[in-house]
Design a binder for this molecule. Structure first.
Ligand code: NDP
Length: 447
């Protein structure tokens, strides 16, 4: 049930954005939390802040033609949704995955507004990507695709306008090709136009690790708030990409045992704890599928295809692959298996039913907006270093990241308390992020 004013806003979102189910889900999840805020702050409704937040400031859709190694021409579709710039330049990653369409980009851009607000840093919300599938493509094909993508995107971005970064299918290699093409077209070495760059050309220490490390720090705080820690806990991490690998690394450093991880072909179960060096070799160097890990590791490690990784009993679940991967059924299985904490490394990986089940069972549930905000926060630190022509050490950058995650954790709890929902991190994150953006929008007039 939504607050009465919010009901009609949600209906209008459904009407104005037909078929964009992920976007509808993301909007509903925020609207469900902010009812109590409207009671305390009638000025938000009077100025139609929520209706304005639900409508992107600008949406760009463009053609991306490119040629494969055999000379065949392909046409993909590129997107950039510049959602909200009340707090700073639009900021959010680019996703290259065949499932990408406007509804996915809008859900991610919408989430990003509140996540970026929650970091307390001066960044607005945006997101982009393409339905291009990088799997099985050669390095040169990927380079040509990135160059074609940027040949249109460059006119819409800039260090004071819109600053993209990576997401699924876009890592440091792709960011390098994108930045190179931007530099070539504009004849400007505008480092802060994109983040996630390599260290030799303006990248920041800890950016690669930031989302995963940050998520582990956030869960560590949730566990501490309950008087416990990662020590001796069995942890399941889905995915084996950027977020998953560095989540595993930090969880291991904090004393947890990661017993399983996955890719879209299946999961591996390794009760002694994932061998991170082997995982990095297989995923980051050789780009193989998950079964290769089980084969090389040998022993009792097995590869399981066609089943949900969330069937495995564990104390901590850290979904780090994609949206809606934890269904209501998965959440029930996790609760039955003794799960006490969930930290969302991915964006919106838990369905609304799954969230309800976790919250009713008293599981500490850290929503993506808060738990994975370390990535974008460190991107903002990269922009800060670029602007001052500086570069910080790994240790200093990691300390800043940990402080930011502790601050976000504290604010989620405090805000949830203030609004009568103690321990509800999702409500705390939504309300705190929303209020920061709403207050800025009120101050800036009718933007
Ligand atoms: P990567 O491309 O590096 O890795 C994605 C991983 O998830 C891969 O293991 C991939 O397996 C798996 N995966 C992707 N789609 C599916 C699917 N439909 N079903 C099953 N598995 C899938 O991406 P990231 O690690 O960067 O991103 C992961 C999540 O974290 C996303 O939700 C992203 O939005 C979110 N995120 C990322 C941030 C970042 O800094 N990179 C910041 C904040 C959030 P396979 O290779 O088989 O496809």
């Amino acid at each position: 049930m939504l607050h009465e004013k919010l009901d009609s806003i949600y209906d209008s979102v459904l009407r104005r954005n037909p078929g964009e189910i992920e976007f509808h889900q993301a909007v509903r999840e925020v609207l469900e939390s902010i009812g109590p805020v409207l009671g305390k702050h009638p000025e938000y409704a009077e100025s139609k802040i929520i209706e304005r937040i639900c409508e992107p400031e600008r949406q760009i859709i463009f053609r991306v033609p490119w040629e494969d190694d055999q000379g065949e021409v392909h046409i993909n579709r590129g997107f950039r949704v510049e959602f909200n710039s009340a707090l700073g330049p639009y900021k959010g990653g680019l996703r290259f995955h065949p499932s990408v369409y406007l509804g996915i980009v809008k859900f991610l851009g919408f989430e990003q507004i509140f996540k970026n607000g929650l970091t307390g840093l001066p960044i607005g919300g945006g997101k982009g990507g393409s339905d291009f599938d990088p799997k099985g493509r050669s390095q040169r094909e990927i380079m040509r695709f990135c160059q074609s993508f940027m040949t249109e995107l460059y006119r819409h971005i800039g260090e004071y306008t819109d600053v993209p970064a990576g997401d699924i299918g876009v890592g440091q290699r792709e960011v390098g090709y994108l930045f190179g093409q931007y530099k070539r077209i504009t004849n400007r070495y505008e480092s802060a136009v994109i983040t996630g760059k390599g260290l030799s050309y303006g990248g920041a220490q800890v950016r690669t690790e930031a989302t995963g490390y940050g998520c582990a720090f956030f869960v560590d705080e949730m566990l501490k708030a309950r008087g416990t820690s990662f020590d001796g806990k069995r942890v399941v991490v889905s995915g084996s990409g950027n977020v998953a690998v560095y989540t595993i690394e930090k969880v291991q450093q904090l004393g947890g045992t990661v017993i399983a991880c996955s890719d879209s072909s299946g999961y591996v179960i390794d009760n002694k704890g994932i061998d991170l060096d082997l995982l990095k070799q297989i995923k980051q160097v050789e780009h193989l599928r998950m079964d290769a890990y089980a084969k090389r590791r040998g022993g009792e490690v097995s590869f399981v295809a066609g089943r949900s990784i969330w069937e495995l009993p564990c104390e901590v679940a850290m979904p780090s692959a994609t949206q809606n991967e934890i269904t209501g059924k998965d959440a029930e299985a996790l609760v039955r298996g003794g799960c006490v904490a969930v930290g969302e490394g991915a964006n919106m990986p838990t369905t609304p039913e799954g969230i309800r089940i976790f919250q009713e069972a008293g599981v500490a549930f850290g929503p993506g907006k808060a738990a994975n905000a370390g990535g974008v926060a460190t991107s903002a630190l990269e922009m800060q270093q670029n602007a001052s022509r500086d570069s910080w050490t790994f240790e200093f950058s990691e300390r800043r990241l940990q402080e930011i995650m502790q601050d976000i954790h504290g604010r989620c709890l405090k805000t949830a308390d203030e609004y009568g929902m103690p321990g509800n991190y999702a409500a705390g994150a939504n309300i705190d992020g929303f209020k920061r953006v709403a207050d800025a929008m009120l101050s800036l007039g009718l933007i």
